[in-house]
Structure formats: structure tokens, C-alpha cells
Write a protein that binds this ligand. Sequence first.
Ligand code: NAD
Length: 468
Amino acid sequence: MPSFGMMIDGHSVAAADTFTVFNPADGSPVAEAPNATVADLDRAVAAAKAAFESWSRKTDAELQAACEAVTEAIGEHAEELAQLLTAEQGKPLNGLGSRWELGGAQAWAGYTAGLSLPMKVLQDNNEGRVELFRNPLGVVGSITPWNFPVMIAVWHILPALRTGNTVVIKPSPFTPLSTLRLVEIMNTVLPAGVVNAVSADDQHDNIGAAMSGHPDIRKIVFTGSCATGQKVMQGAAETMKRLTLELGGNDAGIVLPDVDPQAIAEGLFWGAFINNGQTCAAMKRLYVHDSVYDAVCDALVAYARNIPVGDGREEGSVLGPVSNLMQFDKVKRLVEDASGRGRVLLGGKPGDGLFFPPTIIADLTDDAPLVTEEQFGPALPIIRYTDIDAAIAQANASATGLGGSVWSADVASAHKVARRLECGSVWINKHGAIQPNAPFGGVKSSGVGVEFGEEGLAEYTDIQVVFS
Ligand code: NAD
């Protein structure tokens, strides 16, 4: 079986211990991943700290060129990385799967390379000149989840590099391989120590926790669950780290009475089921007005019924298995409970192994755990409403606030509803469509800070103001 190394100071380094990564489609072993210790982490942080000395002194043009070289290297290895991603994560090669994720990673990397944060003159008059600079922080620690491991690694690493920081990344133990290989590829075009990677199984040494408290890491960019995000925040307090926390959500979609159900069915489906629902800003509960309720349910089910689910390595699969047993068990529990409360329109019963068919359950109310908890899987609850103010209040009742959507033939009235939703991103007649020039982040418990665009880039810097 292949064995992957950590990437420390420009070298692939074997760890003393390894753990096996399995393909969720059939449970077969894919490869051994390094099970890093805190001592390994310390070596990676020391390498990043040493590399920061010269990396942070590079000119803006040099940093841009380096990020462009990284973008090109990702593009050259896109197919290899997509195959690896499918093997460890389960998502299909096609559709909105691994090849699409690699395309996104490349697009984000290229866009980020082209951004910059030039010095701003705040004042220049007889009383003096005041200049605002954006300085790099130092070593950035990146901790990523298993749902979009390559794309999220790029979201963390590229803005850090572009602003003159160096990086240590720790991927999820479920999907470490594509990140280890991605960082190895980046190292072919970057100086040693600028980007380092360690992976671990979270069992013997919790490397994520060690990163959060590490004295030589100046910032943590974390994408994952709210519960772990809180631990990161606690761990980071003593060293006063900068934090970007992209956490969970329970996004609501609201369908207004004037929609054409046929016209929105495809958008509703992909808004909820992209990546098998294992998407932070997927639609996780759907509120439909009574007057179009049955027609919307019928149109959505008719579309969902034809989606091919299978082994991600098969070119014809459009959705794959659930990515790991922990997540599968959660979806199973929530669906079993909801099946006893509502009307199962599609799916509802687990398939073989980690396969779970797209499941749509109607006639639920806001006390069902499938509505109140983040299912993060292929199961959508539908709730009937009659009063828009009540529906908005229900959408906003969540402690989280990542995304939301409003569906209507009249964009102006949808816009009015959209502005009342308590969430960081809100879409009209689509859901979850993020882009590299628009800041993305959660309100309330969904996180701290934003990624993407100049606002996201600025989070990898401290402000220094020079008065002369
Ligand atoms: P998770 O919180 O279980 O794990 C995320 C990462 O944290 C993993 O690398 C894990 O090893 C690490 N970790 C574990 N314990 C840690 C600790 N004590 N300190 C620091 N790090 C630790 O999340 P997950 O199950 O991998 O991902 C799913 C969650 O991520 C969902 O809630 C989803 O909504 C969220 N998510 C959010 C976004 C976003 O941009 N807002 C994007 C993707 C996923």
C-alpha cells in the first residue's frame, strides 16, 4: 500500500507511526498517512518560522508570481489530485465532484494571486503624512475538514502566502492524502519551509489542539464544526492568535408563493445536495409556502429521483457515498427520527456500506432534530408555512448564521426577505454559490471573520500605521 509523508522544510518526512485511510465507497484501504506527534508539529512550525524571515521580505510582485506558480502547479496535477480526492473522500470524479473541486481550487488560487493590499495614504498635508501598511503575521496554522479538503486547503494557504506568511497545514484525519500531495506539489515551486503539512488521527496527540495553543503560530484559520471551533478559540486565547473560523450552519431556504416549481427544482436540489449535503453552506431546511407546497415537493422529488448515486470512481456517478461512518450514523439517526414525524417523499433508508440515497422528508415542524441540527448529509427536511414573517423568524431561530436563500419570480420582493435573514451570505433563486471575489463567512455561531476577496486577504495581516 502506498505511504504518504509529512512535508517539513521542503522534504517528505516519514512519521514514526501511520494510520490507514479508507475509501468510503467500499471500505478498501487507500494509503497510509503519517500520524504526526507534537514533536513533528514543532519541527514543521520551526521550519515555517525560519522560512518566514526571507518569505516575508519578498516584494509584492514576487509573492504574486509565486502564487501564480502554485496555481499552475495545481493545474498540472489536477487529475492526479482529483483521483486521490475521490479515493479518500468518496465524492464522484464528475458532476460537482473532485474534478470540479480541483477546478475551483485552481480558480481561487489564480484569483488570490492577483489580489493585493497596497499601502494606503490616510493623510498627506501640512500636519503630516499617515500611511497604513498591511504586515504579514508570521506562521499561519491551517486546520481543514473532510468535505472539500483540496479547495479549503487552497482557501487557507494561498491568501497566507500572498500576504507574506508561511504555513503549517493539518488536514482532517478522514482525508489527509490529497492535502499531503497538494503541499508536496506546492513545494516543487516554493522555497523550503514556506508550506508544511502534518497529518494525524486525532487520537494519541491532538495536533489541532496543539496548533491552537502553539506559541510560534500567529494565526489559526480553521474550517470545521462549531464545537471544534470553540475549542480552537479557547486554545488560541493565551497567545492572542488571530483567528478566522469558518464553522457549521443550518441554512434555511424560503420559497415564496409566486415561484414556478419546475423552474426552481434543479436549483433547490443542488442547493441542498451538493457534495451529498456535506457542505457548510448547503440548504439544510426548506420552508415552502402553503400555496405551492405540493407542487414544489413534487418537482423536487421528480428531479432528485433521477440522480445516479454510486462509487465515485465510476464516471457515471453524480453523488457518492457519505464520506465517513461518523457522518453516516448522524444522517441515519436524524432520518430515522424524522421518518416517524413527517412524510418520506424520497429515500429514507440507508443503502449498502456508507451509501445513503438522497432523502426528502416533508411535513416536518421546527421541533424535529432533522430541522434543528446540522445534518451535513443527503437529507432535506421540508416545512410548510403560511406567514412570511413567521417563516423568517423560524429561519433566524438558529444559533448559526452561515447562508440562506429566497426563491421567487420577483427578485425585488425576494431581496426584501433576503435582507432580513441573519446570515453571512444570502442567495436569490440559488443557494451556496460562493465566488472568490465575494467575502464569505458566518454570523452568530457560524464563525469569526471572512475568507475571499480583499477582506479575506486582510485577515492574514496586522495593520501598521506610520506617522511622519
Ligand atoms: P471537525 O470540527 O470535526 O474537524 C475539523 C478539523 O479540526 C479536523 O482537521 C480535525 O482533525 C480538527 N480537530 C479535531 N479536534 C481538534 C481540536 N481540539 N482543536 C483543533 N482542531 C481539531 O469538522 P469536520 O467534521 O471535519 O467538518 C464538518 C463541519 O465543518 C461541519 O459543521 C461544516 O458545516 C463545517 N464546515 C464549515 C465550512 C465553512 O466555510 N463555514 C466549510 C466546510 C465545513
